[in-house]
Design a protein. Structure first.
Length: 194
């Protein structure tokens, strides 16, 4: 899944797309001297990010894009393989050492199997977490925020939609889009009948 980013000024969404697309819009505003405070979110996680917009667009992109990649170290960087530290108990290491193709291959296989096991439920959980982070940053002072987040975490999609209906259009639409990106499975079983 390709990362999508969204930028807001106040309650209004000003850009959404790849990081390069969003940064291009932000750089244009910065170069025009627009003093408005911009909030940028990575949509899959709902986390906020700040970017240094000084210099040329190329410099901005070079600073921002590599920063999103894991630190390069031992491993096979040309293949996108980056070494990271994993803490396991001795019995786990013994089991890994007995696996065909080595410990790294066994760990990769286990991760891929787990990713395939419950992808819809995992996407739904990640979407709820992302929406929760987004709402904390953008809607924490809006009327009904607490009730809406309770409905979100309780899986009550219909109630959630009702509670955010009066919120600013872009904030409401973005929260709903993040939930829909979870494949439409979020909250289906707990949504009250209309």
């Amino acid at each position: 899944m390709e990362e999508n980013w969204t930028a807001f000024v106040g309650e209004s969404m000003i850009a959404s797309g790849s990081l390069a697309e969003v940064l291009t819009v932000l750089k244009g505003r910065f170069d025009r001297g627009d003093p408005a405070l911009v909030t940028v979110f990575e949509d899959q996680s709902g986390k906020e990010f700040d970017f240094d917009l000084r210099g040329t667009l190329k410099q901005v992109l070079e600073r921002a894009l590599p920063a999103r990649l894991p630190q390069q170290g031992p491993g096979r960087p040309k293949l996108g393989v980056v070494s990271r530290e994993v803490s396991l108990l001795p019995r786990h290491w013994r089991w890994l050492e007995q696996q065909p193709n080595g410990a790294s291959a066994a760990l990769r296989r286990l991760v891929e199997q787990e990713k395939r096991r419950q992808p819809a439920e995992q996407r739904a959980r990640q979407a709820v977490e992302a929406v929760g982070r987004f709402l904390t940053a953008m809607a924490g002072n809006l009327p009904g925020y607490e009730e809406a987040t309770r409905a979100l975490w309780a899986g009550q999609r219909g109630r959630f939609d009702d509670l955010i209906r009066a919120w600013p259009r872009d904030i409401r639409a973005h929260a709903q889009r993040l939930l829909e990106d979870a494949g439409g499975r979020l909250c289906e079983s707990n949504t009250p009948a209309a």
